[in-house]
Design a protein around this ligand. Structure first.
Ligand code: ARG
Length: 469
């Protein structure tokens, strides 16, 4: 499978320079041929051709015997490609012509009838939609798996406190389970975006032909149904020139990659020596070639970095499509590589992240200590002043601020202040206030819907695990 060009790289420059020196025809082939990457569409191309041939025979446009030969020939070609016995030829430009030419070699005349009432324009639009649809299904299952990993770790740690941050400054205690479930929500929306994309994508361009439709009496409903599309695309010009489905897919990918990168970044932070909230095993870390103590979270860093190429793919294809006049233009051949690359990067990032979530070992004792530091229960103190002494919240906020300053000056936590210290700022404070200053009391009190109370978190984790079962 390999007499096609591979992309130029620095080392190959000389050799490539030589090839280009061979003249315009070599340069033309190099810029024009897509077989180097669109061979990935071979299954979908054969699937589309089988549906098209069956429809042509059903409508009496080709003979039943021709259709049988086409089906047998395409099956043999599929077997050859699968087995790595197929020679792709850059002179035949793309996957469509490679397969069709091989078919005619194998079965003669009948092979040459396959392209009746279609064009490579509706063919590639169909193949690519089928490919993206398959990719969506695979990625959806992977996102669900990552969600399961997160939800089951969340169930395990529904009651383990950690510091919650805003501005990466200690804010209020939350539970580790609650933090993990935040990502489950994000990933659920990512699945929703994929489902939306799939629904809009699922119309069949086949039969739009080059751009105007065809004079043959084809049955577009039949091919659409055979390929699992909801219906044929209604406008032939739009059918061959629309790449919204690829853009929506990349937009969903970019948003999801941003979610994954945020979690990856938190994993990097949590693994760092000053934090040490979690530990990753050797399975997802590497050592340093010079510093023996190092355990680097490379997988998390790479998940974080994949966002760059995925977002780049979206911007790249938006830029290709911008300003293209109807209908097909060769520019659109540049639609595939960004989608293939982003889909692969997204899939790998999801697999690595799900793996790390299952692998990570939280140091719950240490997280608990930091959950209590940094005056994390100051809001609980202010809330107590509101609830018990009926102070306006803004007043309670000021008093608490002064108590924090007092504690800071003494080098103690809020719970380390004496009742006399408290009463120096607000004489009506009683010893009961100390009961709200512990981390456990703080998280347990956050029972509002969506809040971090362990009972809430356990319920949400269970709900997700049931939904994902
Ligand atoms: N390789 C082409 C692509 O990916 C297939 C469509 C070619 N159509 C054409 N009119 N030259 O876009």
């Amino acid at each position: 499978m390999s007499d096609t060009p591979t992309p130029p790289d620095a080392e190959a420059n000389l050799q490539w320079g030589g090839r280009f020196a061979a003249g315009p025809s070599a340069i033309m082939q190099e810029i024009n041929a897509s077989i180097g990457f669109d061979r990935k569409l071979w299954r979908q191309d054969i699937q589309g051709s089988l549906a098209h041939a069956a429809m042509l025979a059903k409508m009496g446009i080709i003979a039943p015997a021709d259709e049988r030969d086409i089906a047998t020939g395409l099956a043999a070609i599929a077997a050859d490609i699968e087995a790595g016995r197929f020679t792709f030829d850059a002179a035949l430009e793309d996957i469509h012509m490679n397969i069709e030419a091989r078919l005619s070699e194998r079965i003669g005349e009948a092979g040459k009838r396959l392209h009746t009432a279609r064009s490579r324009n509706d063919q590639v639009a169909t193949d690519f939609r089928l490919w993206v649809r398959d990719a969506i299904d695979g990625l959806d299952a992977q996102i669900a798996d990552a969600m399961r990993a997160l939800a089951s770790r969340a169930a395990e740690h529904a009651a383990d406190p950690m510091p919650g941050f805003t501005h990466l400054q200690t804010a209020q205690p939350v539970t580790f389970g609650h933090h993990l479930l935040a990502y489950v929500e994000m990933l659920a929306r990512d699945r929703g975006r994929l489902a939306d994309c799939r629904r809009r994508l699922n119309e069949c361009p086949l039969g739009a032909a080059a751009l105007a439709g065809t004079s043959f009496a084809i049955d577009r409903d039949a091919t659409a149904a055979a390929l699992g599309f909801y219906r044929p695309a209604a406008n032939s010009l739009d059918a061959v020139s629309d790449r919204d489905f690829a853009l929506e897919f990349l937009a969903a990918a970019a948003i999801s990659a941003v979610h994954l990168s945020r979690l990856a970044e938190e994993i990097v932070i949590w693994c760092s020596a000053p934090f040490r909230f979690i530990r990753l095993s050797d399975a997802y870390t590497t050592g340093s070639s010079i510093m023996p103590q190092k355990r680097n979270p490379d997988a998390a860093e790479l998940v974080r970095a994949k966002t760059g190429r995925i977002t780049g793919a979206l911007v790249g294809l938006l830029t290709v499509m911008k300003g293209l006049p109807l209908a097909y233009a060769k520019d659109m051949q540049e639609d595939k590589e960004p989608v293939f690359d982003a889909a692969a990067a997204w899939a790998l990032a999801l697999a690595a992240l799900a793996g790390m979530v299952r692998d990570l070992a939280p140091d719950t004792a240490r997280m608990r200590i930091f959950a209590a530091s940094g005056f994390a229960t100051a809001t609980d103190l202010a809330d107590w002043l509101v609830r018990v002494l009926a102070l306006p919240f803004r007043t309670a906020h000021h008093i608490t601020g002064r108590l924090v300053a007092r504690a800071e000056a003494q080098g103690v936590d809020l719970a380390g202040l004496t009742l006399a210290d408290m009463q120096a700022e607000e004489p009506r404070i009683t010893a009961a206030v100390f009961s709200v200053l512990t981390v456990d009391a703080s998280v347990a009190s956050r029972t509002s819907y969506g809040g971090t109370a362990p009972a809430n978190v356990a319920r949400q984790a269970r709900r997700w695990l049931e939904a994902l079962a």
